[in-house]
Design a protein around this ligand. Structure first.
Ligand code: ATP
Ligand code: MG
Length: 329
């Protein structure tokens, strides 16, 4: 049986990178796949310091935003990771099978630990928790942005290793990554980096709840280069190409079509067109998120119901793991 699993961290407001790299696919998959789980992975978010009051608010905000983007709790199991204890339990078993050398090579460890003086153990081991998130549901399809590919490879490796060591339990979790130019949107302030929720400068990203004025301001300030023509050249012109990629996501057009339409515009004028296209797509999402956020008990209930459903699947897998590993008879 095909099963979809994916997660998102409550580290801040969702942005366009999350939308195109993950959420759009999430919504499509709930229509075509019978068993779909999406998790707000709060245990991952505390690998870097979080203010407790803001964290809880973020969990509800992400829930509201996911619903506003079209996640339907009747079709998808939407839940909070820390409410299902088997994620952490399976992570321990998998952690006992992972080497320090393998984890040390993962690029996000290097990137995220670069900003902290004393590196918390959580940043080092969180890809193992991510593998447990996927395997505890025996997921077969994992829709993620391009930045997660190496973490997915770890989950694939651990599934195989577990199966060969203890007996066949886990199917192969396949990464589903967009094959268009939106698989990795870049920071508006530094197009050598990816757009991220946890990047301190809010001008580096477009949040899904940004107002029309804020969108315009951020797009106008987006770093481009000294050439004024609008051309598609991700390698040599990453700034303007990132705007084209965003514009493609908004309109469904290819970069070539966008460049053709933009002939005669300089990058300054082109930015106004991009901002307008972004606002058209984000306006209904923004309004629906704001409406849902007025009812926190409703959002809490959705997460509670989802966690109950997720737990019943995770408990089954965990029981099998315990038997195979020899923790129970
Ligand atoms: P953080 O900075 O806290 O890691 P994030 O913006 O990277 O936050 P995550 O919650 O880590 O977001 O990732 C959620 C999903 O969004 C993942 O599938 C990830 O691959 C995808 N994603 C994140 N950033 C981008 C991006 N810039 N372009 C495309 N997809 C992205
Ligand atoms: Mg991330």
């Amino acid at each position: 049986m095909e099963r979809v699993f994916s997660g998102i961290q409550p580290t801040g407001t969702l942005h366009l990178g999350n939308y195109f790299g993950a959420l759009k696919k999430w919504v499509e998959l709930q229509e075509t796949c019978g068993s779909v789980l999406y998790s707000i992975v709060d245990l991952h978010s505390i690998t870097l310091p979080q203010d407790p009051k803001i964290l809880h608010r973020n969990i509800l905000e992400v829930t509201a935003c996911l619903l506003a983007c079209g996640i339907n709790p009747q079709k998808s199991i939407l839940f909070q990771q820390s409410k299902v204890s088997q994620h952490a339990e399976l992570a321990w078993v998998l952690g006992c099978m992972t080497t320090m050398a393998r984890l040390g090579h993962l690029p996000q460890f290097k990137e995220k630990s670069a900003s902290v003086k004393d590196i918390p153990l959580g940043i080092f081991v969180y890809p193992v928790l991510q593998s447990a998130d996927i395997l505890v549901y025996k997921a077969t399809k994992v829709p993620v942005g391009e930045d997660q590919l190496q973490h997915l490879q770890l989950a694939q490796h651990l599934a195989k290793l577990f199966n060969s060591k203890y007996g066949k339990l886990f199917p192969h979790p396949k990464a589903l990554i967009n094959d268009d130019c939106t698989a990795r949107l870049r920071s508006l302030r530094d197009p050598t980096k990816k757009m991220s929720k946890s990047e301190p400068d809010p001008k580096s990203r477009i949040d899904l709840t940004d107002s029309e004025e804020v969108i315009l301001e951020k797009v106008k300030k987006a770093v481009t280069d000294f050439e004024s023509a609008v051309t598609w050249d991700p390698k040599n012109r990453p700034g303007v190409s990132n705007l084209i990629a965003i514009h493609c996501g908004m309109t469904g057009k290819t970069p070539e079509e966008i460049v053709q339409d933009a002939q005669g515009l300089d990058t300054g004028k082109y930015k106004l067109v991009v901002a307008d296209a972004i606002n058209k797509v984000l306006q209904p999402i923004r309004e629906e998120t704001m409406r849902l956020l007025k009812d926190p008990p409703f959002l809490e209930q959705i997460l509670e119901d989802g966690s109950m459903k997720a737990s019943s699947i995770a408990e089954d897998t965990w029981e099998s793991v315990r038997k195979l590993v020899g923790l129970s008879s």
